[in-house]
Design a protein around this ligand. Structure first.
Ligand code: BES
Ligand code: ZN
Ligand code: ZN
Length: 492
C-alpha cells in the first residue's frame, strides 16, 4: 500500500511534484512563484489549459523548481468537491506510475485543508492491481508499477490525522477488493473464515465461528439448505461473528450482516453462461463487512460493532436443495423454495434473525449482492437502500453523501410483503409475481426476519463489482460500502 506522509514545506529535491491548479490560481492559490511563472508561460503557449481535466507534465532544469512537475487543472475552487479531491489524488498517482516514479509529492495549498483525507484516499486506492496471480516477468512488471510513497505538502493542522484516516480506510477497502476479486477456489469458505480471524485479531475483537454442526444444532436450516450442494471440508457452511467492543459496553450500537455466498451457481435453477462467471463476487456483502471491521481500531471507533457473515457456496449437486423444498428457518418460520437462485435472502434471513435475537442491536444493517433487479434499476451508480426505520435510513444516506458511495432509497410496499407469502408454508423465497420489483420483494422477505430491530438493507449487486470503475477504482471489485460503513460506525 502507498505510504502517505505529510510535510509542511515543498522541497525542490522531491522527484515529482504534482500541483493542483484552480482557475483562480493567480488570485487565490498560493503556489510558489516559480511555478506560477512556469504556468503563465505554458498557458500562453497553449500547452496547458487552465481548466478541469487539463494536465501538463514537464521537466525543468531550474534550481527554483523541482525536476519533474505535473500540473493538474481542477476548474473553479467553488465547484471543488471531496469526490473531485479523490479523483485528483488518483490522477497524481497514475501520473507517477506512468513516469515510473516510485515516490512523489502533492502540493496541497490552503484551499485543500479540508480535502487532505480525500486526496490521500484517491492516491492510495488507485495504487491497486487485480493482476494478483501472475507469475514471472508479468508479476515483476505489475510489482514495479506500484508507487511506494506519497508526500502531502500541507500546512493544515489536521493533515497528519487525515493521512492516517485515509490509510485506515484504504486498508479496509483493499481487504474487501481482494476477497471479492479472489475466485472461489482461492477464497473458499474456509479461507474467508481465516481472513475474518486475522482481521478480528488485528482489531482486538472477539470472534466466534459457528461450524456446520453448530449451525445444525442452532437450527440455522436456511443457511444449511443453501450449503447442501457443497457441504464438506473447506466448503462446509459456517457463520462468523466478530464482536468489536473496545469499551466493554453491554449494548450493541451497530450490527453489520453480510451475504457470504462464495460462489453462486444458482443451484438447481442453474445460472446460464454470461451470468455465472462473475459469481465469485457474491460474498461481497460479507467482504464489505470485513473491510469495514478492518478500519475500526485505526479510526479509533469506541462503539460496539458486531460483524456477522453467513458463509457458504450455492452449488449444484445431487444433494442440493430443490425448488419446492420446504425448510424451517432459524426463526421458526417455514420457507418454500421457489427458486434456488434466490439463496442470498435465505442465508441472510437466518443470520439477521440470529443477530437480532442474540444481540438486540440498536441498529442492524445488512449488505448483499442480492438481486439482478437492483442492477437493472440502478446500474453501477447506486446501491439500493431499504429498511423499516426512516431515521436510520437518513443516517445511512448521510454516510453515503459523506463518502460518495451513492445509495438510493427504494420502497417495501405491503403488497411486496404479500407477494412473498407461500400457499404451503409461511413464506416463499421468490415472489408470486415473478420479477416485478425484484429488489423490493427480496427486501420484503428479509424484513420478516428482523423482529423489532431497527434495520436497513443495502443491495450492492450493481456497485460491488464494476465494469466502469471510477478513477480511484479498477474494474471488478470496488470495495463499495466500506467507507460508508466506517462513517456510519463513527457517527451512529
Ligand atoms: N447473486 C444473485 C444476484 C446478482 C446478480 C448479484 C447479478 C450480482 C450481479 C442472486 O443470488 C440471484 O441470483 N438473485 C435472483 C433472484 C431471483 C431468482 C428471485 C435474481 O436476481 O435473478
Ligand atoms: Zn442466486
Ligand atoms: Zn446470490
Amino acid at each position: 500500500m502507498l505510504k502517505v506522509s505529510v510535510q509542511a514545506k515543498i522541497s525542490n529535491k522531491d522527484p515529482l511534484v504534482v500541483f493542483p491548479v484552480f482557475e483562480e490560481y493567480k488570485k487565490k492559490n498560493p503556489l510558489p512563484s516559480a511555478v506560477k511563472k512556469l504556468m503563465d508561460s505554458r498557458i500562453k503557449s497553449k500547452d496547458f489549459k487552465n481548466e478541469a481535466g487539463s494536465t501538463l507534465y514537464t521537466i525543468t532544469d531550474s534550481k527554483a523548481l523541482p525536476t519533474r512537475i505535473l500540473l493538474v487543472g481542477l476548474g473553479k475552487i467553488k465547484e471543488f468537491t471531496p469526490e473531485k479531491a479523490r479523483e485528483f489524488g488518483a490522477t497524481a498517482l497514475k501520473a507517477a506510475q506512468a513516469k515510473k516514479q516510485k515516490k512523489f509529492s502533492i502540493y496541497l495549498t490552503g484551499e485543500f485543508d479540508d480535502f487532505v483525507q480525500q486526496v490521500a484516499e484517491g492516491a492510495i486506492l488507485a495504487n491497486y492491481s487485480i493482476a494478483r496471480y501472475k507469475t514471472g516477468k508479468a508479476k515483476k512488471k505489475i510489482e514495479e508499477s506500484f508507487c511506494e510513497a506519497a508526500t502531502l505538502i500541507s500546512g493544515a493542522k489536521s493533515a497528519g490525522r487525515a493521512a492516517k484516516r485515509a490509510a485506515a480506510l484504504a486498508e479496509g477497502v483493499f481487504n474487501t477488493r481482494n476477497f471479492v476479486n479472489d475466485p472461489a477456489n482461492i477464497c473458499s469458505p474456509a479461507q474467508l473464515e481465516k481472513h475474518a480471524r486475522k482481521i478480528a485479531k488485528q482489531i482486538g475483537a472477539k470472534i466466534t465461528v459457528f461450524n456446520k454442526k453448530q449451525l445444525e444444532k442452532m437450527g440455522a436450516n436456511l443457511i444449511l439448505a443453501v450449503n447442501q450442494g457443497s457441504p464438506n471440508g473447506d466448503q462446509a457452511a459456517r457463520m462468523v461473528v466478530i464482536d468489536y467492543n473496545p469499551k466493554k459496553s453491554k449494548t450493541v450500537d451497530l450490527a453489520i450482516v453480510g451475504k457470504g455466498i462464495i460462489f453462486d451457481t444458482g443451484g438447481v435453477n442453474l445460472k446460464p453462461t454470461r451470468h455465472i462467471e462473475d459469481m465469485h463476487q457474491d460474498m461481497a456483502g460479507a467482504a464489505t463487512m470485513l473491510g469495514a471491521m478492518t478500519t475500526l481500531k485505526k479510526l479509533g471507533v469506541k462503539k460496539r460493532i458486531i460483524g456477522v457473515g453467513p458463509i457458504t457456496e450455492n452449488s449444484m449437486d445431487g444433494t442440493s436443495y430443490r425448488p419446492s423444498d420446504v425448510i424451517k428457518s432459524y426463526s421458526g418460520k417455514t420457507v418454500e423454495i421457489g427458486n434456488t437462485d434466490a439463496e442470498g435472502r435465505l442465508v441472510l434471513a437466518d443470520a439477521l434473525n440470529y443477530t437480532a435475537k442474540t444481540y438486540k442491536p440498536k441498529h442492524m444493517v445488512d449488505l448483499a449482492t442480492l438481486t439482478g433487479a437492483c442492477v437493472v434499476a440502478l446500474g453501477e451508480e447506486y446501491g439500493a437502500l431499504f429498511g423499516n426505520n426512516g431515521k436510520f435510513q437518513e443516517k445511512i444516506m448521510t454516510s453515503s453523501k459523506n463518502t460518495d458511495e451513492a445509495m438510493w432509497v427504494l420502497p417495501i410496499h405491503p403488497k411486496h410483503e404479500k407477494s412473498m407469502k407461500s400457499d404451503v408454508a409461511d413464506l416463499r423465497n421468490d415472489s408470486k409475481h415473478s420479477y416485478h420489483a425484484g429488489a423490493s420483494t427480496a427486501a420484503a422477505f428479509l424484513k420478516q426476519f428482523v423482529e423489532k430491530t431497527t434495520w436497513a438493507h443495502m443491495d450492492i449487486a450493481g456497485t460491488a463489482y464494476l465494469s466502469r470503475p471510477k478513477k480511484y477504482e479498477k474494474a471488478r471489485a470496488s470495495g463499495f460500502g466500506v467507507r460508508l460503513l466506517a462513517d456510519l460506525a463513527e457517527n451512529i
